[in-house]
Design a protein around this ligand. Sequence first.
Ligand SMILES: [Cu+2]
Length: 133
Amino acid sequence: MSKSMKVLAVVVFFSSSMVAIAQNEPIKVPKGHQIEIQTSAICEMCQHAIEYDLTFAKGVKSADLNLDNKVVTIVYNENKITPEELRSRITKVGYHADFMARDSIAYENLPMCCKDGNHGTPKIQVPTPRKNN
Ligand SMILES: [Cu+2]
């Protein structure tokens, strides 16, 4: 394999892996902004935990998690909360949120049924937690 071929292969690999956990951009809706965030929820308990937590976030108008694809759709006031803060909240409940890895302590504290390998594998897996420097 030539050097340029190798470079191309690496580029293709990284761009395809980025597509797998691509984050959606917020869109304008009548009540504010709406964003869809991919989570690692597994069951109804996960769904309720995430929706319940987001409901209490300042600026969040609604949060609905679809258990078929594990995507939570959030309508929020863009002046009060950002997509980054929304993702961060989900990680603190114990779930991955797009590219953000779950908080490992929060994950440990989840009910057994909500952990990997119990109801199935979550749709996304973020293997190495990111360090925020
Ligand atoms: Cu669960």
